[in-house]
Design a protein around this ligand. Structure first.
Ligand code: KG4
Ligand code: ZN
Length: 339
């Protein structure tokens, strides 16, 4: 069977559309919204407006690049949540209207599950695919989860953050250092030149497989504040070492619970997903553990780590195979628990 799935992603500040031929990516267009940069974070109202401006040209480009006419599409998959409600409304309203106009099925997908299912996307690069069941460390700007993945439709969150997400920790630390939003990629870049063992920050004590990152942020904030009192050029002089040390702290917190989850479940198929899985230090830590623990490790292609519609389309593809379609009455949800 050949299914052409159009994916629509609009949960935060990326407007994205993709066309898949089954799991094969024919196009994956992403329009980033620069408008938030000067505010140091995403402004929800501006994000909704930018999605409204971007959605038609982005879908048009995705169809053109895939060389697919809209009449050839088999289904439209969209992000129902979690995310910013106003942003989600733009993508979901478009998807509903498009599916209705074309007389094809509409498929709702969960953004966090889609990050995980990005591992099943295929393209010109050959990458190994995890076998079920596997564990996925899903790390993004809004979520940090360890997910036990039994199948595309059966996932169980076995650990999660009780406060900030890992991406938020990167972004907030970057803000303290005076770096632009989003801070994760900047810290990653600067960390490459720095000494990760130069500074150390307090690690949280959280039971089980859950995470906490708010204490780390406070520890960084107080440390920098004290240092600046003695030398106002402290950040400038030590930027690379600070970035490398902060990055190491976040990765060390993430890896400890992931190792524990692997030991507790006996699962050795380990994947990472979400925006923070683009981080060089985290990717290297996974590869080191692969050797030390004997894991089969799965690291996504960089272009499928941060928000994109190809992951939404592949998530939709699995539901398409099962005939799991959505009604026009469904409303978006801001939180995963609000499904
Ligand atoms: O998955 P994503 O694109 O959006 C959400 O679903 O939240 O993740 C965005 C997050 C941001 O916090 C960003 O700083 C972080 O991913 N991020 C990174 C890197 N690239 C993106 N964090 C660390 N290192 C990176 N290279
Ligand atoms: Zn995301």
């Amino acid at each position: 069977m050949c299914a052409y799935i159009l994916g629509i992603e609009s949960s935060c500040d990326e407007t994205s559309a993709a066309v898949l031929d089954n799991t094969r990516v024919l196009s994956n267009i992403i329009a980033n919204q620069q408008v938030h940069e000067k505010f140091g974070g995403v402004v929800p109202e501006l994000a909704s407006r930018a999605h409204q401006q971007n959605i038609i040209p982005v879908v048009d480009s995705a169809l053109k690049e895939a060389n697919i006419d809209k009449k050839q599409l088999s289904a439209v998959a969209y992000t129902r949540g979690p995310g910013l409600l106003g942003s989600l409304l733009v993508g979901s309203s478009f998807a509903k209207t498009f599916a209705l106009a074309l007389g094809i099925p509409l498929i709702e997908t969960d953004h966090m599950e889609a990050h995980i299912l990005a591992h099943f996307l295929t393209d010109e690069t050959v990458r190994p695919v995890p076998r079920f069941p596997f564990l996925c460390l899903t790390v993004s700007g809004g979520h940090t989860q360890i997910v036990l993945v039994h199948s595309p439709s059966d996932m169980k969150i076995i650990g999660k953050t009780i406060d900030d997400a890992a991406g938020e920790a990167f972004d907030k630390a970057a803000k303290i250092l005076g770096l632009p939003y989003p801070g994760g990629p900047m810290i990653d870049k600067l960390a490459k030149e720095g000494n990760p063992n130069r500074f150390s920050f307090s690690e949280p004590v959280v039971p089980g497989l859950d995470y906490s990152f708010s204490g780390l942020k406070t520890s960084i904030l107080y440390f920098i504040r004290d240092q600046l009192k003695q030398d106002e050029t402290f950040i400038e002089k030590n930027k690379a070492d600070l970035c490398a040390s902060i990055q190491l702290s976040i990765i060390s917190i993430l890896m400890k619970k992931l190792v524990l989850a692997s030991k507790q479940t006996g699962i050795m198929q380990i994947a990472i997903a979400g925006g923070v899985s683009a981080n060089t230090g985290l990717r290297n830590a996974i590869l080191r553990n692969k050797e030390e623990m004997g894991w089969d490790a799965f690291i996504p292609k960089i272009s499928y780590t941060t928000d994109n519609a190809a992951m939404i389309a592949v998530s939709g593809y699995f539901k398409f195979l099962k005939g799991n379609f959505a009604g026009q009455h469904l409303t978006p949800y801001a939180r995963q628990s609000g499904r």
